[in-house]
Design a protein around this ligand. Structure first.
Ligand SMILES: *Cc1c(COP(=O)(O)O)cnc(C)c1O
Ligand code: SF4
Length: 336
């Protein structure tokens, strides 16, 4: 088990994740300047289509300068194509509005309840369904988790609690400690799963007090990261992954298949290899949720299946993510 002093040694000195969070780039012109693409300002949409740019500076530092097709830049930069209205792309793409037994709880699948722990993210990913979901009113953490935990307590079939969002690690560690205390009284929950993009986009979040909290939880622990391209990894992300593993978490990754970002076999294979190097196994490769404003990222099913077959031929089975789509009302993610 990791000790506090060990965690502190692994963390670069002076990295306060809240300060870095607040310091994120939110002005598209500033982002273009940071990557040497000022001359592309004319390609920005006139407004942000209701979903502001937000990206931590450490993630921007991993973008290639002068490359308008950089796979990290494309994930966060507002584009004119977002303004297109495309048939079939709506605002409740995954049926979330119909699956809420209590405030902040989504209970769609057997044995697993998902808490919308936070409405915020350190990064705004342009393809995300969050751009339309009314998370503001839907946070399990509001009211000290009381209603959400009451639902979990009363349903003994729930063995795994999933923290999602938004990004659950947007919450202060003190808030997570409250949750841990609430879970201590619910013996049928044996596993805590955290879905988070923060170890990738703001690895400083995995700080000493968070690691101490995670290591001390008397539960099985799974952290599901979200990275779409190998370039999202650097030494800081590797160190955050190492700290999570030392705290006893199994690390998995989910990606979204995104046109122009990761829709070729080399890119997907390299991502899987890079994940493994960081101690992370690929879990899901998601077909895009059909949300308004994200149609330009879609890869059709025939190509998605061809890509999945290509990487299956190249990689050991444990490095091949499951290609899935989320379909409202179904009992699991649907394999393609
Ligand atoms: C995706 C999801 C889960 C987790 O599904 P797994 O297949 O176990 O990863 C659980 N609950 C909800 C509401 C989900 O959307
Ligand atoms: S929920 Fe995940 S995919 Fe969506 S904006 Fe936040 S970090 Fe990005």
């Amino acid at each position: 088990m990791i000790t506090a002093s060990h965690a502190a040694r692994l963390l670069p000195p002076g990295s306060d994740w809240r300060a870095l969070w607040r310091d994120a780039i939110t002005d598209p012109h500033e982002l273009l300047a940071a990557v040497g693409l000022e001359h592309l300002a004319g390609r920005l949409p006139p407004d942000d289509a209701g979903f502001a740019l937000r990206v931590p500076r450490g993630f921007v530092a991993r973008m290639r300068r002068g490359d308008a097709a950089d796979p990290l830049l494309l994930q966060v930069m507002p584009q004119l194509a977002e303004l297109d209205r495309v048939d079939g792309f709506g605002t409740d793409a995954v049926g979330d509005l119909a699956a809420r037994p209590a405030q902040g709880v989504l209970h769609k699948y057997q044995g697993r309840a998902l808490l919308i722990a936070s409405g915020s993210c350190a990064v705004n990913c342009r393809y995300c369904f969050r751009r339309h979901f009314p998370y503001g009113e839907e946070m399990a953490a509001a009211g000290q988790w009381r209603k959400a935990l009451e639902h979990v307590r009363q349903d003994a079939s729930i063995s795994e609690l999933i923290l999602s969002g938004g990004d659950p690690l947007a919450l202060a560690t003190g808030k997570l400690e409250e949750l841990g205390r609430g879970l201590a009284g619910i013996p049928h929950v044996i596993r805590l799963r955290i879905h988070t993009r923060l170890p990738v986009v703001l690895p400083e979040r995995i700080d000493e007090s968070f690691v101490r909290w995670l290591a001390g939880l008397p539960l099985q622990k799974v952290v599901v990261l979200h990275a779409n391209h190998a370039n999202e990894f650097d030494a800081g992300v590797d160190a955050a992954c190492a700290r999570l593993r030392e705290a006893g978490a199994t690390l998995l990754n989910q990606s979204v298949l995104l046109r122009g970002v990761n829709d070729d076999a080399d890119t997907l294979a390299t991502l899987s290899e890079r994940l493994f190097a960081a101690g992370v196994l690929p879990y899901y490769l998601h077909q895009l949720d059909r949300v308004q404003g994200a149609a330009h990222f879609e890869v059709d099913d025939a190509r998605a299946l061809a890509l999945a077959e290509a990487i299956r031929h190249r990689l050991p089975g444990y490095l091949v993510p499951k290609l899935v789509r989320e379909v409202g009302g179904e009992a699991s993610k649907r394999p393609l």
